[in-house]
Design a protein around this ligand. Structure first.
Ligand code: F6P
Length: 416
Protein backbone atom coordinates (compact mmCIF):
# COMPACT_ATOMS: atom_id res chain seq x y z
CA UNK A 1 0.00 0.00 0.00
CA UNK A 2 1.36 3.46 -0.87
CA UNK A 3 0.68 6.78 0.71
CA UNK A 4 -2.92 7.52 -0.25
CA UNK A 5 -3.65 9.92 -3.10
CA UNK A 6 -4.67 13.32 -1.75
CA UNK A 7 -7.28 15.09 -3.89
CA UNK A 8 -7.15 18.84 -4.52
CA UNK A 9 -9.89 19.55 -2.06
CA UNK A 10 -10.77 22.49 0.17
CA UNK A 11 -13.13 21.95 3.07
CA UNK A 12 -14.93 25.21 3.69
CA UNK A 13 -16.70 25.58 7.02
CA UNK A 14 -20.03 27.40 7.18
CA UNK A 15 -21.99 28.39 10.28
CA UNK A 16 -22.85 31.04 12.82
CA UNK A 17 -20.34 31.70 15.58
CA UNK A 18 -20.27 29.07 18.40
CA UNK A 19 -21.58 26.23 16.23
CA UNK A 20 -18.50 24.06 16.73
CA UNK A 21 -16.92 24.85 13.36
CA UNK A 22 -13.38 25.02 14.72
CA UNK A 23 -13.93 21.84 16.71
CA UNK A 24 -15.09 20.02 13.57
CA UNK A 25 -12.30 21.56 11.47
CA UNK A 26 -9.62 20.39 13.89
CA UNK A 27 -11.12 16.95 14.23
CA UNK A 28 -11.23 16.54 10.47
CA UNK A 29 -7.63 17.75 10.17
CA UNK A 30 -6.50 15.23 12.78
CA UNK A 31 -8.33 12.39 11.06
CA UNK A 32 -7.12 13.27 7.58
CA UNK A 33 -3.50 13.73 8.66
CA UNK A 34 -3.62 10.38 10.42
CA UNK A 35 -4.93 8.77 7.25
CA UNK A 36 -1.92 10.15 5.40
CA UNK A 37 -3.41 13.31 3.84
CA UNK A 38 -1.50 16.45 4.85
CA UNK A 39 -4.16 18.83 6.14
CA UNK A 40 -3.99 22.31 7.60
CA UNK A 41 -6.67 24.52 9.15
CA UNK A 42 -6.75 28.22 8.20
CA UNK A 43 -8.76 30.03 10.83
CA UNK A 44 -9.87 33.51 9.81
CA UNK A 45 -10.42 34.56 13.45
CA UNK A 46 -6.71 34.00 14.12
CA UNK A 47 -5.81 36.10 11.08
CA UNK A 48 -8.02 38.91 12.38
CA UNK A 49 -6.40 38.79 15.82
CA UNK A 50 -2.92 38.64 14.33
CA UNK A 51 -3.42 41.57 11.98
CA UNK A 52 -5.78 43.79 13.93
CA UNK A 53 -5.30 42.70 17.53
CA UNK A 54 -8.03 41.05 19.59
CA UNK A 55 -9.85 44.25 20.53
CA UNK A 56 -12.96 44.15 18.30
CA UNK A 57 -16.21 44.41 20.22
CA UNK A 58 -19.58 43.20 18.89
CA UNK A 59 -20.37 46.37 16.88
CA UNK A 60 -17.31 45.70 14.70
CA UNK A 61 -19.15 42.61 13.40
CA UNK A 62 -22.35 44.47 12.56
CA UNK A 63 -23.29 44.35 8.85
CA UNK A 64 -23.88 48.13 9.13
CA UNK A 65 -20.25 48.72 10.09
CA UNK A 66 -18.72 49.32 6.65
CA UNK A 67 -15.17 49.70 7.94
CA UNK A 68 -15.52 46.46 9.92
CA UNK A 69 -16.97 44.78 6.84
CA UNK A 70 -14.03 45.91 4.70
CA UNK A 71 -11.45 44.70 7.23
CA UNK A 72 -13.26 41.40 7.70
CA UNK A 73 -13.14 40.81 3.96
CA UNK A 74 -9.45 41.68 3.94
CA UNK A 75 -8.50 39.13 6.60
CA UNK A 76 -10.78 36.51 5.01
CA UNK A 77 -8.99 36.98 1.68
CA UNK A 78 -5.55 36.84 3.31
CA UNK A 79 -6.36 33.53 5.02
CA UNK A 80 -7.77 32.13 1.78
CA UNK A 81 -4.73 33.18 -0.23
CA UNK A 82 -2.43 31.54 2.32
CA UNK A 83 -4.49 28.37 2.25
CA UNK A 84 -4.33 28.11 -1.53
CA UNK A 85 -0.60 28.80 -1.49
CA UNK A 86 -0.08 26.11 1.15
CA UNK A 87 -2.20 23.65 -0.86
CA UNK A 88 -0.11 24.31 -3.94
CA UNK A 89 3.15 23.66 -2.08
CA UNK A 90 2.17 20.87 0.31
CA UNK A 91 -0.31 19.07 -1.98
CA UNK A 92 -2.60 18.87 0.99
CA UNK A 93 -6.19 19.45 2.00
CA UNK A 94 -6.96 22.96 3.21
CA UNK A 95 -9.68 23.62 5.76
CA UNK A 96 -10.99 27.16 5.60
CA UNK A 97 -12.43 27.90 9.01
CA UNK A 98 -14.67 30.97 9.00
CA UNK A 99 -18.40 31.68 9.20
CA UNK A 100 -18.72 31.99 5.39
CA UNK A 101 -22.26 32.90 6.26
CA UNK A 102 -23.43 34.62 3.08
CA UNK A 103 -23.78 33.32 -0.45
CA UNK A 104 -21.71 36.21 -1.70
CA UNK A 105 -18.78 35.23 0.54
CA UNK A 106 -19.08 31.58 -0.46
CA UNK A 107 -19.13 32.50 -4.13
CA UNK A 108 -15.90 34.43 -3.65
CA UNK A 109 -14.29 31.39 -1.97
CA UNK A 110 -15.63 29.07 -4.66
CA UNK A 111 -14.29 31.28 -7.46
CA UNK A 112 -10.82 31.61 -5.94
CA UNK A 113 -10.58 27.86 -5.41
CA UNK A 114 -11.78 27.10 -8.94
CA UNK A 115 -9.08 29.35 -10.37
CA UNK A 116 -6.56 27.03 -8.69
CA UNK A 117 -8.30 23.83 -9.79
CA UNK A 118 -9.33 23.09 -6.21
CA UNK A 119 -12.68 21.44 -5.52
CA UNK A 120 -14.76 22.89 -2.69
CA UNK A 121 -16.77 20.90 -0.19
CA UNK A 122 -18.78 23.08 2.19
CA UNK A 123 -19.39 21.75 5.69
CA UNK A 124 -22.13 23.59 7.52
CA UNK A 125 -22.82 23.23 11.20
CA UNK A 126 -26.31 24.26 12.25
CA UNK A 127 -27.24 24.15 15.89
CA UNK A 128 -30.48 25.35 17.38
CA UNK A 129 -30.01 23.78 20.77
CA UNK A 130 -29.55 26.76 23.12
CA UNK A 131 -27.84 24.59 25.77
CA UNK A 132 -25.13 23.45 23.35
CA UNK A 133 -24.57 27.01 22.09
CA UNK A 134 -24.31 28.41 25.64
CA UNK A 135 -21.93 25.61 26.65
CA UNK A 136 -19.76 26.27 23.58
CA UNK A 137 -19.64 30.00 24.31
CA UNK A 138 -18.64 29.38 27.93
CA UNK A 139 -16.16 26.57 27.22
CA UNK A 140 -14.35 27.99 24.23
CA UNK A 141 -15.11 31.65 23.57
CA UNK A 142 -14.49 32.87 27.10
CA UNK A 143 -10.93 31.55 26.85
CA UNK A 144 -10.40 33.26 23.51
CA UNK A 145 -7.87 36.13 23.41
CA UNK A 146 -10.84 38.23 22.19
CA UNK A 147 -12.08 38.32 25.77
CA UNK A 148 -8.88 38.28 27.80
CA UNK A 149 -9.34 40.24 31.02
CA UNK A 150 -13.10 40.74 30.55
CA UNK A 151 -15.73 39.71 33.12
CA UNK A 152 -17.23 36.37 31.94
CA UNK A 153 -20.82 37.69 31.95
CA UNK A 154 -19.85 40.76 29.90
CA UNK A 155 -17.93 38.56 27.48
CA UNK A 156 -20.95 36.26 27.04
CA UNK A 157 -23.21 39.26 26.42
CA UNK A 158 -20.82 40.67 23.84
CA UNK A 159 -20.47 37.35 22.09
CA UNK A 160 -24.24 36.77 21.91
CA UNK A 161 -24.61 40.19 20.28
CA UNK A 162 -21.90 39.23 17.80
CA UNK A 163 -23.89 36.10 16.93
CA UNK A 164 -27.04 38.25 16.46
CA UNK A 165 -25.22 40.39 13.87
CA UNK A 166 -24.35 37.30 11.86
CA UNK A 167 -27.89 35.95 12.20
CA UNK A 168 -29.24 39.01 10.38
CA UNK A 169 -27.38 38.17 7.19
CA UNK A 170 -26.94 34.41 7.51
CA UNK A 171 -27.90 32.31 4.50
CA UNK A 172 -27.92 28.56 4.95
CA UNK A 173 -26.53 26.27 2.23
CA UNK A 174 -28.79 25.28 -0.61
CA UNK A 175 -28.56 23.61 -3.97
CA UNK A 176 -26.62 26.37 -5.70
CA UNK A 177 -23.80 26.06 -3.19
CA UNK A 178 -22.84 22.82 -4.94
CA UNK A 179 -21.13 20.10 -2.96
CA UNK A 180 -21.87 20.13 0.76
CA UNK A 181 -22.42 18.28 4.02
CA UNK A 182 -24.82 19.91 6.43
CA UNK A 183 -24.79 18.82 10.07
CA UNK A 184 -27.79 19.68 12.21
CA UNK A 185 -27.52 19.59 16.03
CA UNK A 186 -24.23 17.67 16.15
CA UNK A 187 -25.19 14.88 13.78
CA UNK A 188 -28.90 14.53 14.69
CA UNK A 189 -29.55 15.13 11.02
CA UNK A 190 -27.02 15.04 8.20
CA UNK A 191 -27.83 16.39 4.73
CA UNK A 192 -25.58 15.58 1.82
CA UNK A 193 -25.65 17.41 -1.50
CA UNK A 194 -23.76 16.62 -4.71
CA UNK A 195 -21.04 14.63 -2.99
CA UNK A 196 -18.49 12.90 -5.18
CA UNK A 197 -15.41 10.83 -4.52
CA UNK A 198 -14.04 8.40 -2.01
CA UNK A 199 -12.53 10.80 0.52
CA UNK A 200 -15.58 13.10 0.80
CA UNK A 201 -17.76 10.01 1.38
CA UNK A 202 -15.39 8.87 4.10
CA UNK A 203 -15.69 12.30 5.74
CA UNK A 204 -19.48 11.94 5.81
CA UNK A 205 -19.05 8.64 7.58
CA UNK A 206 -16.70 10.22 10.09
CA UNK A 207 -18.90 13.24 10.71
CA UNK A 208 -22.04 11.14 11.12
CA UNK A 209 -20.43 9.23 13.97
CA UNK A 210 -18.92 12.21 15.76
CA UNK A 211 -20.45 13.40 19.03
CA UNK A 212 -19.46 15.60 21.95
CA UNK A 213 -20.38 13.35 24.90
CA UNK A 214 -17.17 13.07 26.93
CA UNK A 215 -16.18 9.55 27.98
CA UNK A 216 -12.86 7.93 28.82
CA UNK A 217 -11.01 5.60 26.49
CA UNK A 218 -8.54 3.17 28.01
CA UNK A 219 -5.76 1.59 26.00
CA UNK A 220 -3.68 -1.31 27.22
CA UNK A 221 -1.50 -3.95 25.69
CA UNK A 222 -2.23 -7.56 26.57
CA UNK A 223 -0.47 -9.02 29.60
CA UNK A 224 3.03 -10.34 29.00
CA UNK A 225 2.92 -13.31 26.60
CA UNK A 226 5.16 -16.38 26.27
CA UNK A 227 6.59 -14.78 23.12
CA UNK A 228 7.37 -11.56 25.01
CA UNK A 229 9.34 -13.64 27.52
CA UNK A 230 11.36 -15.28 24.73
CA UNK A 231 11.83 -11.98 22.87
CA UNK A 232 9.93 -13.14 19.75
CA UNK A 233 7.63 -10.96 17.68
CA UNK A 234 4.16 -11.78 16.39
CA UNK A 235 2.81 -15.30 16.86
CA UNK A 236 -0.24 -16.23 18.87
CA UNK A 237 1.17 -17.37 22.19
CA UNK A 238 -0.72 -17.46 25.50
CA UNK A 239 -0.04 -15.24 28.50
CA UNK A 240 2.94 -15.89 30.77
CA UNK A 241 2.39 -16.21 34.52
CA UNK A 242 3.12 -12.47 34.92
CA UNK A 243 0.72 -11.78 32.06
CA UNK A 244 -2.05 -13.65 33.92
CA UNK A 245 -1.33 -11.55 37.02
CA UNK A 246 -1.64 -8.39 34.92
CA UNK A 247 -5.00 -9.56 33.57
CA UNK A 248 -6.24 -9.83 37.18
CA UNK A 249 -4.79 -6.45 38.12
CA UNK A 250 -6.42 -4.89 35.08
CA UNK A 251 -9.82 -6.36 35.99
CA UNK A 252 -9.52 -4.91 39.51
CA UNK A 253 -8.39 -1.54 38.12
CA UNK A 254 -11.35 -1.32 35.75
CA UNK A 255 -13.80 -2.24 38.51
CA UNK A 256 -12.37 0.56 40.56
CA UNK A 257 -12.46 3.11 37.75
CA UNK A 258 -15.92 2.69 36.37
CA UNK A 259 -19.26 1.68 37.78
CA UNK A 260 -20.74 1.08 34.34
CA UNK A 261 -19.56 -2.01 32.48
CA UNK A 262 -17.18 -0.68 29.85
CA UNK A 263 -17.23 -1.83 26.28
CA UNK A 264 -14.19 -4.09 25.95
CA UNK A 265 -12.50 -4.65 22.60
CA UNK A 266 -9.72 -7.13 21.90
CA UNK A 267 -7.96 -8.42 18.83
CA UNK A 268 -8.58 -11.98 17.66
CA UNK A 269 -5.30 -13.10 19.25
CA UNK A 270 -5.05 -15.31 22.29
CA UNK A 271 -3.02 -12.91 24.40
CA UNK A 272 -5.54 -10.06 24.21
CA UNK A 273 -8.58 -12.30 24.69
CA UNK A 274 -6.98 -14.03 27.70
CA UNK A 275 -6.19 -10.62 29.20
CA UNK A 276 -9.77 -9.40 28.82
CA UNK A 277 -11.34 -12.64 30.02
CA UNK A 278 -10.43 -11.90 33.67
CA UNK A 279 -12.86 -8.98 33.57
CA UNK A 280 -15.78 -11.36 33.26
CA UNK A 281 -17.76 -9.07 30.95
CA UNK A 282 -18.69 -9.42 27.28
CA UNK A 283 -15.91 -8.50 24.88
CA UNK A 284 -15.75 -7.90 21.14
CA UNK A 285 -12.84 -9.39 19.19
CA UNK A 286 -11.83 -7.29 16.14
CA UNK A 287 -9.62 -8.66 13.39
CA UNK A 288 -8.68 -5.06 12.64
CA UNK A 289 -7.02 -4.87 16.07
CA UNK A 290 -4.62 -7.76 15.40
CA UNK A 291 -0.93 -6.92 15.79
CA UNK A 292 1.10 -5.70 12.79
CA UNK A 293 1.72 -8.68 10.52
CA UNK A 294 5.48 -9.28 10.49
CA UNK A 295 5.17 -11.56 7.42
CA UNK A 296 8.27 -13.74 6.95
CA UNK A 297 9.71 -12.36 10.22
CA UNK A 298 6.78 -13.53 12.35
CA UNK A 299 7.99 -15.69 15.26
CA UNK A 300 11.56 -14.40 15.09
CA UNK A 301 13.55 -12.22 17.48
CA UNK A 302 14.99 -8.88 16.31
CA UNK A 303 18.48 -10.50 16.39
CA UNK A 304 17.22 -13.35 14.15
CA UNK A 305 15.87 -10.80 11.68
CA UNK A 306 19.13 -8.86 11.63
CA UNK A 307 21.04 -12.09 10.95
CA UNK A 308 18.64 -13.73 8.45
CA UNK A 309 17.35 -10.61 6.64
CA UNK A 310 20.00 -7.90 7.10
CA UNK A 311 18.63 -5.76 4.24
CA UNK A 312 15.13 -5.89 5.64
CA UNK A 313 16.44 -5.00 9.06
CA UNK A 314 18.26 -1.94 7.71
CA UNK A 315 15.31 -0.90 5.54
CA UNK A 316 12.99 -0.98 8.54
CA UNK A 317 15.44 1.08 10.57
CA UNK A 318 15.63 3.76 7.92
CA UNK A 319 11.84 4.20 7.51
CA UNK A 320 9.96 2.27 10.14
CA UNK A 321 6.65 3.92 9.26
CA UNK A 322 6.57 2.98 5.58
CA UNK A 323 8.60 -0.22 5.76
CA UNK A 324 6.47 -3.26 4.97
CA UNK A 325 7.58 -6.73 6.13
CA UNK A 326 7.81 -9.15 3.16
CA UNK A 327 4.35 -10.72 2.98
CA UNK A 328 3.36 -8.63 5.96
CA UNK A 329 2.41 -5.07 6.82
CA UNK A 330 3.82 -1.60 7.47
CA UNK A 331 2.60 0.89 10.09
CA UNK A 332 1.02 2.78 7.20
CA UNK A 333 -0.98 -0.36 6.33
CA UNK A 334 -2.00 -0.79 9.97
CA UNK A 335 -3.44 2.74 10.05
CA UNK A 336 -5.57 2.07 6.97
CA UNK A 337 -7.12 -1.02 8.54
CA UNK A 338 -7.70 0.79 11.83
CA UNK A 339 -9.93 3.38 10.16
CA UNK A 340 -13.05 1.35 10.99
CA UNK A 341 -11.94 1.16 14.64
CA UNK A 342 -11.56 4.95 14.80
CA UNK A 343 -15.05 5.47 13.37
CA UNK A 344 -16.43 3.01 15.91
CA UNK A 345 -14.47 4.67 18.75
CA UNK A 346 -15.83 8.05 17.71
CA UNK A 347 -19.36 6.65 17.69
CA UNK A 348 -19.24 5.05 21.16
CA UNK A 349 -20.78 7.11 23.95
CA UNK A 350 -19.90 4.58 26.65
CA UNK A 351 -16.41 4.16 28.15
CA UNK A 352 -14.28 1.84 26.01
CA UNK A 353 -11.31 -0.34 26.94
CA UNK A 354 -9.11 -1.49 24.06
CA UNK A 355 -6.88 -4.47 24.87
CA UNK A 356 -4.45 -4.46 21.99
CA UNK A 357 -0.87 -4.77 20.83
CA UNK A 358 2.14 -2.51 20.66
CA UNK A 359 2.03 -1.38 16.99
CA UNK A 360 -1.76 -1.15 16.80
CA UNK A 361 -2.01 0.88 20.01
CA UNK A 362 0.75 3.20 18.81
CA UNK A 363 -1.38 3.94 15.75
CA UNK A 364 -4.59 4.49 17.77
CA UNK A 365 -2.76 6.61 20.33
CA UNK A 366 -1.28 8.80 17.56
CA UNK A 367 -4.79 9.52 16.29
CA UNK A 368 -6.23 10.24 19.73
CA UNK A 369 -3.32 12.45 20.80
CA UNK A 370 -2.93 14.16 17.42
CA UNK A 371 0.64 12.99 16.88
CA UNK A 372 2.01 12.90 13.33
CA UNK A 373 1.31 9.42 11.97
CA UNK A 374 4.91 8.81 10.91
CA UNK A 375 6.01 9.35 14.53
CA UNK A 376 3.81 6.51 15.76
CA UNK A 377 6.33 3.63 15.32
CA UNK A 378 8.49 5.29 17.97
CA UNK A 379 5.87 5.94 20.64
CA UNK A 380 6.24 4.28 24.01
CA UNK A 381 3.38 1.89 24.81
CA UNK A 382 4.86 -0.35 27.50
CA UNK A 383 3.43 -3.62 28.76
CA UNK A 384 1.38 -3.66 31.97
CA UNK A 385 0.37 -0.01 31.72
CA UNK A 386 -3.13 1.40 31.28
CA UNK A 387 -3.37 4.64 29.32
CA UNK A 388 -6.48 6.63 30.17
CA UNK A 389 -7.50 9.25 27.63
CA UNK A 390 -10.32 11.68 28.35
CA UNK A 391 -11.48 13.86 25.45
CA UNK A 392 -11.37 17.61 26.15
CA UNK A 393 -12.53 20.55 23.96
CA UNK A 394 -9.70 20.21 21.45
CA UNK A 395 -7.79 17.03 22.39
CA UNK A 396 -7.40 14.39 25.09
CA UNK A 397 -6.12 14.45 28.66
CA UNK A 398 -3.77 11.56 29.35
CA UNK A 399 -3.01 9.58 32.50
CA UNK A 400 -0.91 6.43 32.69
CA UNK A 401 -1.23 3.73 35.34
CA UNK A 402 1.47 1.13 35.75
CA UNK A 403 -0.13 -1.96 37.24
CA UNK A 404 2.94 -4.11 37.65
CA UNK A 405 4.31 -4.14 41.21
CA UNK A 406 7.54 -6.00 40.47
CA UNK A 407 9.68 -4.91 37.59
CA UNK A 408 9.04 -6.72 34.37
CA UNK A 409 11.81 -8.15 32.19
CA UNK A 410 13.23 -5.53 29.82
CA UNK A 411 11.40 -5.83 26.54
CA UNK A 412 13.52 -6.10 23.36
CA UNK A 413 12.90 -3.17 21.03
CA UNK A 414 13.44 -2.50 17.38
CA UNK A 415 14.77 1.02 17.85
CA UNK A 416 15.01 3.72 15.17
O1 F6P B 1 7.18 -7.45 20.55
C1 F6P B 1 5.81 -7.32 20.65
C2 F6P B 1 5.18 -6.78 19.39
O2 F6P B 1 3.82 -6.60 19.62
C3 F6P B 1 5.39 -7.65 18.13
O3 F6P B 1 4.46 -8.68 17.97
C4 F6P B 1 5.38 -6.62 17.03
O4 F6P B 1 5.94 -7.10 15.82
C5 F6P B 1 6.14 -5.52 17.67
O5 F6P B 1 5.78 -5.50 19.04
C6 F6P B 1 5.85 -4.16 17.09
O6 F6P B 1 6.81 -3.23 17.55
P1 F6P B 1 7.94 -2.68 16.55
O7 F6P B 1 7.20 -2.05 15.43
O8 F6P B 1 8.68 -1.68 17.42
O9 F6P B 1 8.79 -3.80 16.08
Amino acid sequence: MHTPHTPKLALVMVGLPARGKSYIARKLARYLCWLGHPTEVFNVGSYRRERLGPAQTEDWFSPQNTEGERLRMEVAEAALADMLKWMREAVGIGIYDATNSTKERRRMVQRRCEEEGVRVLFIESICNDRRIIDATVRETKLHSPDYAGMEPDDAVKDFLKRIAHYEKVYETLDDDDGSYIQLVDVGRRVVINQLHGYLPSRLVFFLMNMHITPRPIWLTRHGESEYNVSGLIGGDSPLSERGVQYARALAAFMKDRTKATPTVWTSTMRRTMETARAMGCPTVAWKALDEIDAGVCDGKSYQDIERDYPDEFTARRSDKFRYRYPRGESYEDVIQRLDSIIIELERQREPVLVVGHQAVLRALYAYLMDIAADECPHLSIPLHTVIQLTPTAYGCREERFRLEPESIAQEPTSSR
